[in-house]
Write a protein that binds this ligand. Structure first.
Ligand SMILES: [Zn+2]
Length: 459
């Protein structure tokens, strides 16, 4: 139901930049026109949506989503991923440059992505580029074409068409990104540490965990930070799973290195001790670690050391996950590594955040304002504030539900949250002032990196 006229959305629990409070939000022409005291706006000809005690949040911004279309659409496609996003209160996603074919490492590859996504997106959608060996000359054209930055892997990515960068290629990519003012986003695991780790295939999660040790993350991050310092590039560490990298980031920041980091709902809400034998829905790289590490990640989050909590939604078909219930071997070493959770990130994080004494305002900072800031979208996304897009979510903070993988909008019915009871239910998602109705036509827009985040020397 699009608002054909201005609308007032009223909630006793609106999560504003200043915190949670009762408020009226006036929406007109897809934007937030005014935020006022609860009950104070004269409704007149406007439509009134009174949410009562249901919370009103800014739409989430998920800067780490693997859509995989074209090329591996059977893993996840634009239509299914963005439906899942909308159902989970996510109104903006930024798509990763790999697992689709072609990868987004050239302007032509970006054009294929954009054309494929046309008419399929239920939420707003932007694209990351990829920095791989040999494509330094492609980075500036991709940057001008509006990608939000460039992803590189320091260890094998899992797909042949997106190779990782060794030291010289990383140096070249970061030097070029420093020159053009791009944001480098990095999968940080060290291939030598991984190669030296014990490799014991099988259904036991502890063997998989031993094959991807915390030291692989710290070694890779240390190497990256040295290169970032030398080149002056702005770097962002993707999906930090090991809390042991945090002191390295702190020291580098004190030294003037421009570095941010993110973590993911699965590292904050799941733990190695709980992973059943053979349940490869839990496999991702870097891996979900132990409970003590999870507590340390929460402490870091509370201390403001992560700019964002984003999904790293990276599904595959159940057969590639080797799931026993689909006749697979349950071998953690051979299964596809990736967690499907785009629709569940908000309730998963909220369930655990609330238990630990955090507020909805905290969750909004981690999952909406922070990621919007990371990618330069704070002018339009990430807050309930006059002038921004009316991307809004009606969220019942007390609504409980149990997760049935087959009922999610993700293409494949696989998620490690299956069978869990989560607290926090998305009731309605508005994208630029219109309620998203996945039975109707999609009206998501394709986003480019905003001009004001483009450096002068790249214009
Ligand atoms: Zn990823």
């Amino acid at each position: 139901m699009p608002f054909s006229q201005p609308a007032v959305i009223r909630s006793r629990r609106a999560v504003l930049p200043a915190g949670e409070r009762p408020a009226d939000v006036l929406v007109r022409d897809g934007r937030i026109e005014q935020v006022a005291a609860h009950g104070s706006l004269v409704v007149g000809d406007s439509e009134l949506v009174d949410l009562g005690d249901t919370a009103l949040l800014p739409g989430l911004v998920d800067t780490h989503v693997h859509v995989n279309e074209p090329g591996r659409t059977e893993w996840e496609g634009f239509a299914t991923a963005t439906r899942a996003a909308a159902a989970g209160g996510v109104t903006t996603i930024i798509d990763m440059p790999l697992n689709s074919i072609p990868p987004t490492t050239t302007v032509d590859g970006l054009a294929v992505k954009r054309k494929t996504a046309e008419g399929q997106a239920w939420v707003d959608l932007g694209f990351w580029g990829g920095a791989v060996p040999g494509n330094v000359a492609d980075l500036e054209p991709l940057h001008r074409a509006g990608v939000f930055g460039f992803k590189s892997f320091l260890a094998p990515s899992g797909v042949d068409e997106f190779p990782h960068v060794e030291a010289a290629a990383l140096e070249a990519a970061l030097a070029e990104q420093a020159r053009i003012g791009a944001l480098a986003i990095i999968h940080a695991e060290d291939p030598a540490v991984l190669a030296a780790a014990p490799q014991q295939p099988g259904v036991h999660y502890r063997d998989f965990l031993a094959s991807r040790p915390s030291g692989a993350e710290t070694a890779a991050v240390a190497h990256l930070l040295r290169t970032a310092r030398r080149t002056g590039a702005r770097v962002h560490i993707l999906h930090v799973s090991s809390a042991a990298v945090l002191p390295l980031l702190r020291r580098a920041r004190e030294d003037g290195v421009r570095v941010t980091a993110e973590t993911c709902p699965h590292y904050l809400t799941l733990a190695a001790e709980q992973v059943p034998d053979g349940d490869t829905a839990f496999k991702c790289c870097p891996p979900i670690r132990d409970e003590a590490n999870r507590d340390a990640l929460w402490q870091a989050l509370a201390d403001g050391e992560f700019i964002a909590v984003v999904s790293d939604h990276s599904p595959s078909t159940p057969d590639l996950k080797l799931l026993p219930e689909y006749g697979g071997s349950g071998d953690f070493a051979a299964a596809w590594g990736g967690i499907a959770s785009l629709q569940l990130g908000l309730p998963a994080v909220w369930t655990e955040a609330r238990r630990r004494g955090h507020t909805l305002a905290d969750v909004v900072r981690w999952m909406s304002a922070g990621p919007a800031e990371l990618v330069g979208l704070s002018g339009t996304k990430g807050a309930i504030e006059a002038g921004r897009d009316a991307d809004l979510v009606a969220f019942d903070p007390d609504g409980e539900f149990s997760v049935h993988a087959g009922e999610l909008h993700h293409r494949n019915p696989v998620t490690p949250y299956a069978g869990r009871t989560l607290t926090g239910a998305v009731r309605t998602t508005w994208l630029r002032g219109r309620a998203v109705d996945t039975g109707a036509e999609p009206f998501g827009r394709q986003l480019t990196r905003p001009a004001d985040s483009r450096p002068d020397n790249a214009s």
